[in-house]
Design a protein around this ligand. Structure first.
Ligand code: GLC
Length: 653
């Protein structure tokens, strides 16, 4: 349905005589000498905001507060309703998934916005949470869990900038990232989207990413006075990672969520100690948008929480940007009364609504609410002021379209090198007995097994070429098996069989590498109580054991998995998390080209029964009560204490 709409939309423009941007180069957009104040980029941002606001009708103001998904936008409605933003949600991918396909789509919406009376450009938003994941051929960085393990501030900033460059090449100027949740229960399907379970780690890395994302020097040079390259979004405010198992009542795609969008039961002291500091750090780093969480705090939906949104975020923390709802998040306030939900959300402090359904209903509800004096004009003006402030800071009025300057940045050698560095620094060495690692590149034979050993989709995880990610090799990049083939010596025979069936081989090969793990998922679809390895993976490990001298297991996953029973079987264990498109870089470290420096950003449980277990609730636990690996554990250069192995019958499922 979406694809046919895009065709209609493009035809509309051709017929209407204002064709969107050429598919190869952005239209020559030279800002004409501007007589009116708001169009004069030499003026102070606040003065431009005030001038523009003073020219706007109520209809135009409400349009700015409306963000609509590409999946449902009708041709001409960006212009008709003066929309402030368009987004690609999990599936808003253009008919032709190429850079020019994205430029056509995004610049097409922008061209339509610039035909409105005041020519206010749109913000185009997307979840580029680990690179521009939906663009085929983009550089896909490790998911945040791996970057938490790497814990490298400069690397984080560089990834933010590289992501911004690839987004700007496509004309996309708003990233719904970073997630700065502090997950306390790894059964949550969004664990991998966060940096870790410890507040300080999350605060530091989130701030660094925001600085990188919002400071693309070329943009700054092009539009003096603006400080933002791409708009970052600190999300999801507040306490999305602190919900209780079983508390949600959300069902999506037939899956009942068990943690995602649930209820966080904590006192305010805990809320302020655990979950709020990353937002202060984000505001201090210049974040100019915040997305509200679907979750609740002690039973009150965050989308309705005036105290936390207006008094705390905008008041106490001094947040000057705008607050956006999550995907139809407003509807959840009072599911059977949309008007009241809209009134409550806007009065709570939400400035823009993310709407994947009836945007005309949202627009008419706000209009009616102002007429009823249920929403004041002052609240509307505050919301629109915040939105316009961001658009001026981004320099959108001066360069609204995809920027050819960044076209060559997409999957550039610099970006690939950065992604490879991130993969290497993200690896956590959990066990290395009898010198299993590094792998001898001159071994006569290396047996490789596991579907995830040769699968760029699994190694990327969710938000990649689609909301739930994919489990095929359609992500442009390299696999762990590719890396093994590159790193092994010319005389080494490498045999790959995904199921590990090598019974036809006589004797034992010197080395066996098994890659186990999770298939891709996103959000509550990934909520899961049983984190043990799959039976297939367990079978492969057991099948490989007698066939090799040294057995190494690499884990591809969005969280720590329960490996307790298999841990003694293998000589070495490596957590690779979700490395993204450049999986070959895992082998750089396996073969000793680089040291292991990663540290687990989540406490590693011995069993499902221990969950939830984290750095905040496991202090003082010893023996079988303690995690298998504590937060911050990892063997390597700054060697941690090797975990003392002992059986814990009681801890077993
Ligand atoms: C989703 C997510 C949010 C994302 C938004 C747009 O439901 O909760 O993180 O940014 O919708 O895709």
């Amino acid at each position: 349905m979406k694809r046919s709409l895009t065709i209609i939309f493009l035809l509309f423009f051709l017929l209407a005589g204002c064709a969107p941007a050429a598919s190869v180069t952005a239209p020559a957009f030279t800002p004409t000498p501007r007589t009116v104040a708001y169009l004069d980029s030499s003026r102070d941002v606040e003065a431009r905001v005030a001038d523009l606001l003073g020219r706007m009708t109520l209809e135009e103001k409400i349009g700015q507060m409306t963000q609509v998904a590409t999946d449902i936008i009708l041709p001409g409605d960006v212009n008709r309703y003066y929309l402030g933003s368009i987004l690609s949600g999990g599936s808003g991918i253009p008919l032709e998934n190429s850079l020019s396909g994205w430029i056509d789509m995004v610049d097409g919406f922008q061209a339509e916005a610039l035909t409105t009376r005041l020519a206010i450009p749109i913000l185009y938003g997307i979840d580029a949470v680990h690179g521009l994941g939906h663009l085929k051929g983009a550089t896909i960085f490790p998911q945040n869990i791996g970057l938490g393990a790497a814990n490298d501030i400069e690397l984080m900033r560089s990834i933010g900038r590289a992501t911004a460059e690839e987004m700007l090449a496509a004309g996309i100027n708003w990233n719904f990232a970073p997630v700065i949740a502090v997950p306390q229960d790894i059964r949550w399907g969004r664990t991998y989207e966060a940096y870790g379970e410890e507040t300080g780690l999350v605060s530091a890395l989130g701030a660094a990413y925001i600085e990188g994302l919002q400071s693309v020097p070329e943009m700054t040079a092009a539009a003096p006075g603006q400080t933002l390259g791409v708009l970052a979004t600190a999300k999801h405010y507040l306490g999305d990672g602190g919900t209780l198992w079983g508390s949600p009542n959300q069902v999506n795609q037939g899956v009942r969520y068990m943690l995602d969008q649930g209820n966080m039961q904590a006192n305010e002291e805990t809320l302020r100690a655990l979950y709020l500091p990353p937002y202060q750090a984000a505001v201090d780093a210049g974040a100019m948008s915040v997305m509200v969480s679907f979750s609740s705090w002690n039973g009150t939906k965050m989308h309705a929480h005036r105290y936390l949104i207006t008094s705390v975020l905008k008041g106490e923390l001094g947040f000057q940007g705008f607050v956006v709802s999550d995907w139809a998040g407003i509807n959840q306030i009072q599911p059977d009364n949309y008007y009241e939900s809209v009134v409550t959300a806007i009065n709570a402090g939400i400035d823009m609504a993310m709407i994947p359904d009836s945007y005309t209903n949202f627009i008419s509800s706000i209009d009616q609410a102002v007429k009823n004096e249920d929403i004041t004009l002052e609240r509307i003006d505050d919301a629109v002021t915040r939105i316009l402030r961001v658009k001026f800071l981004l320099g959108l009025f001066d360069h609204p379209y995809a920027d050819p300057v960044f076209r060559s940045a997409v999957r550039s050698s610099d970006h690939l090198a950065l992604a490879e560095q991130a993969v290497r620094e993200s690896l956590v060495l959990l066990k290395n007995d009898s010198g299993a690692l590094p792998v001898d590149p001159n071994a006569s034979t290396i047996l490789v097994a596991g579907v995830a050993a040769d699968n760029t989709g699994m190694q990327s995880g969710g938000w990649t070429l689609g909301w739930q990610g994919i489990n095929t090799n359609d992500v442009v990049g390299s696999t762990i098996l590719d890396g093994i083939r590159i790193r092994a010596g010319g005389g080494t025979e490498i045999l790959y069989r995904s199921a590990g069936m090598f019974t036809d081989l006589a004797g034992k090969a010197p080395v066996g590498i098994v890659v186990v793990g999770e298939t891709s998922y996103a959000e509550g679809v990934g909520d899961k109580a049983d984190l043990r390895l799959t039976q297939d993976d367990i079978d492969i490990i057991e099948r490989m054991r007698p066939k090799v001298e040294t057995l190494i297991v690499v884990i591809i996953s969005g969280r720590p998995l329960v490996i307790y029973d298999q841990y003694p079987v293998a000589d070495a264990w490596v957590a690779a998390w979700l490395p993204g498109s450049e999986g070959a870089a895992v082998a750089d470290v396996l073969f000793g080209g680089y040291p292991f420096t990663g540290r687990t950003p989540y406490s590693w449980p011995r069993s499902n029964a221990q969950l939830p277990i984290n750095v905040n609730n496991s202090a003082g636990l010893t023996g079988c009560q303690a995690p298998l690996f504590p937060f911050g554990y990892g063997l390597g250069e700054a060697a941690s204490l090797p975990v003392e192995w002992f059986t814990c019958e009681a801890a077993r499922e």
